[in-house]
Design a protein around this ligand. Structure first.
Ligand SMILES: [Zn+2]
Length: 130
């Protein structure tokens, strides 16, 4: 017979697994073809940028930065989708109503989902770009 504490710990561990499974099934919407694919089926590429030694006291290094660029190959349309973080506060309301504005808003939403759920993708690799 388990004690109450162990019983709850076992239930928590089970719930944690269930939560991760739900997160892996989160739909990722392609900003190009608008079709969705579960995150667990997608490969994620995180872009790293070079920081030369003159900009750093500790020598040169590679970093993904605060708001990384992600590349995802959409299996529905076969396009490599480049996702950047955009700050829409700098754009006017009128511009955001244009077709380009709407596309950029969708791209930003996809970036946010990608960033929030990045650990639930099928695979993750870092690519370096100078
Ligand atoms: Zn697509």
């Amino acid at each position: 017979m388990k004690n109450a504490e162990q019983q709850l710990l076992d239930e928590l561990a089970e719930l944690q697994l269930e939560l991760e499974a739900v997160r892996r099934r989160k739909p990722w919407r392609c900003p190009e073809c608008k079709k969705t694919t579960q995150i667990r089926l997608l490969d994620l590429r995180v872009v790293e940028f070079y920081v030369p030694p003159e900009f750093s006291a500790g020598g040169d290094y590679w970093t993904e930065g605060e708001n990384p660029e992600y590349n995802v190959l959409c299996p529905k349309c076969d396009q490599c989708i480049r996702l950047y973080h955009s700050k829409f506060s700098v754009f006017s309301e009128e511009w955001l109503e244009t077709d380009q504005g709407k596309r950029d808003i969708l791209r930003q939403k996809t970036w946010e989902i990608t960033n929030q759920y990045r650990s639930y993708f099928k695979s993750k690799e870092f690519i370096q770009r100078k």
